[in-house]
Ligand binder design. Structure first.
Ligand SMILES: Nc1ncnc2c1ncn2[C@@H]1O[C@H](COP(=O)(O)OP(=O)(O)OP(=O)(O)O)[C@@H](O)[C@H]1O
Ligand SMILES: [Mg+2]
Length: 427
């Protein structure tokens, strides 16, 4: 029997000769994102892909220049995932998820200085049981070290970290449910037992922790008071399909990254409890959660906070959480202040823990870095500098797709952030 010689070509070339060829895609499971530009619809679900072994973690990073459609993708993605019963939690620094929340019939949680709602980032939702990263004390020390380091814009000295450790232990000893003012008090007036444990005097320990205390005090009595400085307010419901923490009141503040970290710490505590299948408020056992940090560049700026974020992302699989960070440029992943090699290592670490990378158009000066960090091929590198609005390169595990995100007319109403586009008529 005569055999035809084999011929290998790209999907794009083949579809010229035989128009009915298209990418096999990732299968039809999950939510429809839009059109694979090499043919066929593009569907995506990180939990399903993880189960099928295509992804080894469910986290995602979305990068793109201003106005290219990052938040629109996330809003419609969450809306569509809602059909599958997924819980969606969003840290919303610009206050732009309110319209989506209204569509869903829920109200965002507004956090503002001296506002009606407080969240305690030192909450212990697991009631004394260890967390995946260690004990509740370790978790609190790591968070406080990260937020103080972020607001002081430097790495803390060993004596300062020790002062935080002792203050957290003192605050825990003195209070059943510590809050940040308790830690500030313990930093300013350390106990004799803490000083003895560190073979120092109460006065020396107090001066070691003084700068830390004064910085934390801003959250308690400074310009940022009234958001993270007391017990979590009653009546915050987490059983809604969408929970939005609206931080727009402090969007322009230099402390935005610090405050976003506090909000994330609070949410992560809840997520860990959720992983136990023991959250009250009607949340089903083992619910899969999608946790979005929009404008995540503000959090990633500081190397200590970036490390802290990365360590919590590592735990995502165990907790059934898909984390999504939205940033503008590849360089947003490089923490400011870290040494060059450490910056790259941190960024690569975060990307290694986010096997789905959605890359919208990058400015020319960022393309080389994006290519290095994301491991883009030369063809992909050429593509990412010229992508139009709504079209992105999706890198999902080892595979790449060029996807145009499609919006329905009803979805367009809750993604509109560009007033100049002229409303629905422009669609
Ligand atoms: N796929 C799309 N098709 C058509 N219009 C879109 C699409 N995606 C976004 N838009 C429009 O583009 C505008 C900007 O989108 P969006 O706010 O999502 O951008 P962004 O990348 O999040 O911007 P920023 O970096 O400023 O946060 C919106 O008004 C939205 O209506
Ligand atoms: Mg946006």
């Amino acid at each position: 029997m005569r055999t035809v010689p084999s011929h290998r070509a790209t999907t794009k070339q083949l579809s010229g000769a035989y128009p009915f060829v298209c990418e096999s895609g990732l299968g039809g499971q999950g939510v429809l994102i839009g059109q694979d530009l090499l043919g066929g619809p593009f569907c995506y679900d990180p939990f399903d892909l993880y189960r099928r072994g295509i992804l080894s973690n469910p986290n995602m990073v979305v990068l793109g220049q201003l106005g290219k459609g990052k938040s629109s993708l996330i809003k419609t993605y969450l809306w569509r995932q809602g059909v599958f019963g997924r819980k969606c939690w969003v840290i919303d620094p610009k206050g732009e998820y309110g319209v989506l929340a209204a569509h869903w019939g829920v109200k965002p949680i507004f956090l503002r200085p001296n506002g009606a709602i407080k969240l305690n980032p030192l909450d212990d939702p697991r009631g004394g049981r260890d967390y995946a990263g260690g004990t509740v004390t370790v978790r609190r020390v790591e968070l406080l070290t990260a937020i103080v380091s972020s607001s002081l814009q430097r790495i803390l000295l060993p004596a300062e970290v020790s002062a935080i450790e002792m203050a957290v232990c003192d605050a825990e000893g003195r209070n059943w449910q510590p809050v940040i003012p308790h830690v500030v008090e313990a930093l300013l007036s350390p106990s004799f037992a803490s000083a003895t444990a560190l073979r120092t005097t109460v006065n020396d320990l107090s001066s070691d922790g003084r700068q830390v205390a004064l910085e934390l005090r801003r959250l308690v009595s400074g310009d940022m008071r009234g958001m993270f400085d007391g017990p979590t307010s009653d009546g915050i419901s987490l059983d809604a399909p969408l929970v939005v923490l609206d931080l727009s009141a402090i969007y322009g503040s230099a402390a935005l990254g610090t405050l976003m970290s506090c909000a994330m710490a609070w949410l992560q505590g809840i997520v860990e409890k959720l992983a136990d299948g023991s959250v009250a408020d009607g949340m089903p056992d083992g619910a899969q959660v999608i946790l979005v940090v929009d404008e995540a560049w503000a959090v990633l700026k500081n190397p200590v906070v970036a490390r802290w974020l990365q360590s919590s992302w590592k735990l995502a699989r165990a907790k059934g959480v898909s984390n999504i960070a939205v940033v503008h440029r590849a360089s947003d992943l490089l923490a400011v202040g870290a040494a060059g090699a450490e910056q790259i290592e941190l960024a690569k670490g975060l990307l290694a823990d986010s096997e789905t990378r959605v890359v919208y158009s990058q400015p020319p000066g960022e393309v080389a870095l994006a290519s290095e960090l994301l491991g883009l091929s030369s063809v992909e590198t050429g593509i990412v500098s010229s992508l139009g609005k709504g079209t992105a390169l999706w890198k999902v595990g080892q595979r790449s797709f060029l996807v145009r995100h499609d919006l329905s007319a009803s979805e367009y109403r809750f993604v509109q952030t560009d007033e100049r586009m002229g409303g629905l008529g422009a669609y």
